[in-house]
Design a binder for this molecule. Structure first.
Ligand code: PBE
Length: 266
């Protein structure tokens, strides 16, 4: 009789992403606080979504570190595991952070960065286009062309520069690939800056904006996910506030899995 009621096995591993991501620290904490024997595997955003795709195509169980906004929720039927101990924190925001001094050095770029804000659905539409094969630069350009009312507000009151160079730092998280390419495209196409995109790990991204090696980032997940980085550098940066509201992080599984809570991983 047992074999007939046999449930889908709960994986012994969580497929994680790059070790510097805040969600990796949060997941370590979840493993401790829930007393799990589950192992957290390091990797990358791309490897995580590849593993997810493979598992789903075979209807196998899998647990991944997941976040919203993300294209995976449009492509697959997924659910967050409940987090009764609230290890992952509640809803949070993405902030724009500039290096100190940018405001004085490049007030027009600063103005755009300060006025940049959008909705999860905006970010998602670019992520979906990139996932479907559009080059990130092209996807950003297309979105900007189609959303001129929004973009006009971001650039309001900012004057074009004369090919001044700017550096934006970001990590290769799908959400940040989308946002950083959009801001870079607006800085170049509307304000005539020359933008260099520096793809780095999370630690160097924060160090870079704190020590002035990069001019700005639009990838700070606060108050929870990047709390440790923020606490470390808060006196050396310029926090321009929220650019997107309504993010979430946690453990994500395909809906066909019977478990519903992190407690069920014990
Ligand atoms: N993320 C996406 C990042 C922030 C943006 C949730 C993977 C992190 O965990 O640090």
């Amino acid at each position: 009789a047992n074999s007939e009621t046999k449930q889908m096995e709960v994986p012994k591993e969580i497929v994680g992403i790059d070790p510097g991501a805040g969600i990796m620290q949060a997941t370590q904490k979840a493993i401790e606080e829930y007393g799990l024997e589950t192992k957290l595997i390091e990797g990358s955003s791309a490897a995580m979504t590849a593993a997810l795709d493979k598992a789903i195509s075979k209807k196998e169980p899998i647990i991944v570190t997941g976040w919203t906004p993300h294209w995976k929720f449009a492509k697959y039927d997924l659910k967050y595991l409940e987090d009764p101990k609230n290890v992952y924190g509640g809803d949070e925001q993405i902030h724009t952070i500039a290096r100190q001094g940018l405001k004085e050095d490049q007030p027009d770029a600063y103005k755009l960065l300060d006025q940049f804000e959008w909705e999860p659905a905006d970010m998602e539409s670019i992520m979906v286009a990139i996932q479907a094969g559009t080059d990130p630069k092209e996807a950003a350009k297309n979105w900007v062309d189609e959303n001129s009312a929004k973009v006009d507000k971001w650039v309001e009151g900012a004057n074009p520069a004369d090919g001044v160079k700017l550096k934006l730092g970001y990590v290769a998280w799908d959400s940040e690939i989308a946002s950083t390419h959009v801001v870079a495209h607006v800085l170049e196409s509307k304000l005539n800056y020359k933008v260099e995109l520096l793809q780095v790990e999370a630690g160097p991204m924060w160090t870079g904006v704190a020590n002035g090696d990069v001019d700005a980032i639009v990838a700070a997940w606060l108050p929870t996910t990047h709390k440790d980085y923020y606490e470390k550098y808060k006196d050396q940066i310029d926090d321009l506030g929220v650019n997107l509201n309504g993010t979430k992080i946690g453990l994500v599984v395909p809906s066909y899995m019977e478990i519903s809570s992190i407690e069920d991983l014990k």
